[in-house]
Each structure stands twice: as structure tokens, then as C-alpha cells.
Write a protein that binds this ligand. Structure first.
Ligand code: ZN
Length: 455
């Protein structure tokens, strides 16, 4: 041990009556802060606020779980191959020792996202990243590649929006909770944990492509990297589409799925979910996504009429719906039938909703109901919203769901009769009117009576 350190230690011990209080004073502020924090977290105020904010927290955690699902289920690989496509099949050993710094031979040949090249190409790539990405990473200028990149771009953009939505929710939770400033300054993570916010360090897994030059001796090198974030992917999509000779069948029929186009669809739909009709106006932190009504995998195109805005809840349920049939859900859900009720029999005889869209809506509504079984969802308001907007077909879909769920049958049958009447389906309107009357709807009884009188 050096001599001067021994001297210092000896001095510290010798003058302990100065050293000890000094050390103590140094730690006093953090000790006080610690006790203040413990006191706050145990306080009635904290516990009450925590209860008040629990819905916000639960919703945040749901979104966090949703982000994980996207990350796990969607493909996040862009399989570009380049110089190193088969490099893993060979092994290479550097045997030079003279003035050796970097190993050019095994630099990054094994990675498909690194293109080993001349200094000139590295420089050019930094000027013209999209052109060089297409040229050197084997991106084929064909429709299939374009579709793959668009799909990948959608996943990346969904993750970007969902993660930024989570961040907004987190700061909103902190703001609404409004704990003392020192808590947010010094104990934010602990605070979030105690409030129940599942903080996971989520980030978007952007692929990074690199052009790398390493000189023969390994003494010098240069690198250009291209990160595939939404602006880069969009530029790639636009550049590719200019180069592709589209087949006649799809030429001009579809739009390019870029961030700009997704924003256009959301704006067209008034930032409102097409299934549950909840909008950004109702929920400022609502996460909205653009959905292919008929999925691309089933031949759906990225055309305006095949795209719709869905909230993350409905979109999640739509993608889950394949694993559940609505029959199973109704049983699992355990909604009690109104026994000895004529309406129940009516309901049973009326479970015939035919087209695909109907079933999707039904399933979504049902599964959503399971998810929210504690805060039971009422479908009638959605139906009424559509009626108000004179969207009678949509209203009928929601009324079907309402009737399936045995909610306020008299009113639902009456409203559906009204909607059927509006779209001139007189027979169905009359049949629903009779059911409404049988369930005791006075307006329906009145109308039917007047009809009989006038006949
Ligand atoms: Zn929705």
C-alpha cells in the first residue's frame, strides 16, 4: 500500500471526532429523504390516490401486454442477404501478427445485415442510403418484396405508436397522481412500481444495416449504418414502388402503406374505432391502428375501402377471435338467461347472423365483454350512436350483439325494427316489432295496435 494512503487513514482515525460527524452530515439529506418517502408511501393519501387511479394503471398495463404480443407474434425480421449469406458455413482464422489491429477477414462477414465493401461504397451509401440498401442487400424490385416490406413497416409503426402511447400514459399517470415533487425526482421508479404500473423497458427493435470497410491491414475502417425506422421504411417503399413493374391485376388498385397513408385513413374515420365507436375525443390516450378488413393473407388489398380504423382493444380481439367461437364464449361468459321469459325463446330462434363481418363484430363484442367482465359493457349506446348517424346497417350489427347478450331485449328489438324499417326491410321490421311488443315495449304495442285498427 502506498505510504501516503497509510498516512491519510491514520489521520482519519486520529481525528475521528471531526471525521465521524463529517461523514454523518454527508448522509443526512438522503436519510431524511428516505424517511419522508417511506412516510409518504404509507400515508392514507397515497393509498387513496392509488385506488382512484387503478383503472388508468390497469389500462396502461393492458397496453404494455399488447406491445409484448405484437413483439412476440409479428415477424420482426427483414431477411436481406448479402455478402455474408453463407458465411456461417466457413470458418476463418487470422494468422498475421505484424501491426495487427482489426481482423478484416472475419470482420462481420457472418452477419447478413453488414455489407463488407470498399471505402467508396461506404461513402456513397452515406449519401444515398436507400439506393445502396436496395442494391447491396439484395432487395428484389418485385411486388412480393414490396408487400413484405410494407407488412414489416406496419409492425414497426404499430410498435412505435404503442410504445409512445405507453410513455404518454405513464407521464399522465404521474401527472394525475401528483405525488410530492421529491418523489418524482428521486424515487420515480419505486413510485411507479408501488402504484402498480408495469414498467418494462420496451423499445422498438429497429433492424440496422451497415456498409463497412476495413483496410487490408485492419488499421483503418469506416462504416455507414442505416436504421430501418418508419421514415426509412417509407422511403424504401416509395423507391421500390417506382421501380416495380406492377402486374395488371394489382396495378393502380392499391395505395402504398406508408405512415402518411395510415394517417389519412385515421383522419377519414374521424379518429374513431369502427367497431366500438370510441374516438380520440372520448379517450385522449386511445391507441388507434389501421386494420385490413379482409386480411392481406386472404387476398385483401391495401385499398381505401379495405382499410378501417380500429382501437387497440378491438384490433387485439379481432386477431384473437380465430381461437374462439362465439358459442364457446357465450358459455364461458356465463351470461344468465332470463328464465321463463318468452324473450329468451325469441332470442334463441334469432341467432342467425350470417355474413362474415357480423360474426367478427359479434366475436369482438363478446370477447371484449369477457375481458371486461367486471365493468360490463353496454352495446346499446353504440347502436344508438349509429342510428343517430343514420348508419342503419352498422346499428343493426350492434343490436344483433345486444340481443345475443340478452341486454334490454324489448328496447333492442324495437330499435332494430326501426333500423330495418329505414333500410326498407319491412318483413324483418314487423317481426322485430312483434318481438318488442311481446317483451313489453309500449311503443311497439302502440304501433301494432294502430296497424291492426287501420286494417
Ligand atoms: Zn374499438
Amino acid at each position: 500500500m502506498p505510504f501516503f494512503i497509510i498516512v491519510i487513514i491514520a489521520a482519519l482515525i486520529e481525528y475521528w471526532y471531526i471525521t465521524l460527524p463529517a461523514v454523518f452530515c454527508l448522509f443526512i439529506p438522503s436519510i431524511i429523504l428516505h424517511f419522508q418517502k417511506e412516510h409518504y408511501f404509507a400515508s392514507e393519501e397515497f393509498i387513496t390516490r392509488k385506488k382512484e387511479i387503478s383503472t388508468l394503471v390497469a389500462e396502461h398495463n393492458d397496453v404494455a401486454e399488447y406491445v409484448q404480443t405484437i413483439r412476440n407474434n409479428e415477424s420482426l425480421k427483414m431477411a436481406f442477404s448479402s455478402t455474408g449469406e453463407h458465411a456461417h458455413l466457413a470458418s476463418s482464422v487470422n494468422t498475421s501478427h505484424h501491426n495487427y489491429k482489426r481482423d478484416r477477414n472475419i470482420a462481420h462477414f457472418g452477419a447478413t445485415n453488414v455489407h463488407n465493401c470498399s471505402l467508396q461504397i461506404v461513402r456513397n451509401a452515406s449519401q444515398n442510403p436507400i439506393k445502396y440498401l436496395i442494391k447491396y442487400f439484395g432487395i428484389n424490385t418485385i411486388e412480393e418484396t414490396l408487400a413484405d416490406i410494407e407488412k414489416f413497416g406496419e409492425t414497426i409503426s404499430r410498435l412505435e405508436s404503442a410504445i409512445s402511447n405507453l410513455n404518454i400514459r405513464e407521464s399522465s399517470i404521474a401527472k394525475t397522481f401528483a405525488p410530492p415533487q421529491f418523489i418524482l425526482e428521486h424515487f420515480k421508479e419505486e413510485f411507479m412500481q408501488l402504484v402498480g404500473v408495469e414498467l418494462s423497458s420496451l423499445s422498438v427493435p429497429y433492424p440496422v444495416y451497415a456498409f463497412e470497410y476495413v483496410s487490408a491491414g485492419g488499421n483503418s475502417g469506416q462504416k455507414t449504418t442505416v436504421t430501418l425506422n418508419t421514415p426509412t421504411i417509407d422511403a424504401l417503399i416509395e423507391t421500390l414502388s417506382e421501380k416495380i413493374r406492377f402486374r395488371k391485376s394489382t396495378a393502380g388498385q392499391r395505395a402504398l402503406m406508408t405512415a402518411k397513408f395510415r394517417e389519412f385513413i385515421k383522419k377519414r374515420d374521424n379518429h374513431t374505432c369502427k367497431y366500438c365507436m370510441v374516438s380520440l375525443m372520448d379517450e385522449p390516450h386511445l391507441l388507434l391502428e389501421v386494420d385490413h378488413i379482409l386480411p392481406i393473407s386472404k387476398g385483401g388489398l391495401s385499398t381505401e375501402d379495405n382499410l378501417q380504423t380500429l382501437c387497440w382493444r378491438c384490433n387485439r380481439t379481432k386477431s384473437n377471435k380465430v381461437s374462439h367461437t362465439s358459442q364457446e364464449i357465450t358459455t364461458q361468459n356465463g351470461v344468465p338467461l332470463k328464465s321463463e321469459n318468452k324473450c329468451t325463446e325469441l332470442k334463441k330462434s334469432h341467432g342467425n347472423v350470417n355474413n362474415q363481418k357480423d360474426n367478427a363484430v359479434k366475436d369482438i363484442a363478446h370477447t371484449t365483454q369477457i375481458k371486461q367482465s367486471d365493468k360490463k359493457r353496454d352495446f346499446l349506446p353504440f347502436a344508438k350512436k349509429h342510428l343517430k348517424l343514420k348508419e342503419y346497417n352498422e346499428a343493426i350489427l350492434w343490436l344483433n350483439t345486444t340481443i345475443e347478450n340478452h341486454e334490454d331485449l324489448a328496447n333492442a328489438y324495437y330499435l332494430r325494427a326501426f333500423a330495418f324499417n329505414k333500410i326498407s326491410d319491412k318483413n324483418k321490421a314487423l317481426s322485430d316489432l312483434r318481438k318488442a311488443a311481446e317483451c313489453g315495449n309500449n311503443k311497439a304495442i302502440d304501433i301494432l295496435r294502430k296497424r291492426t285498427d287501420s286494417n
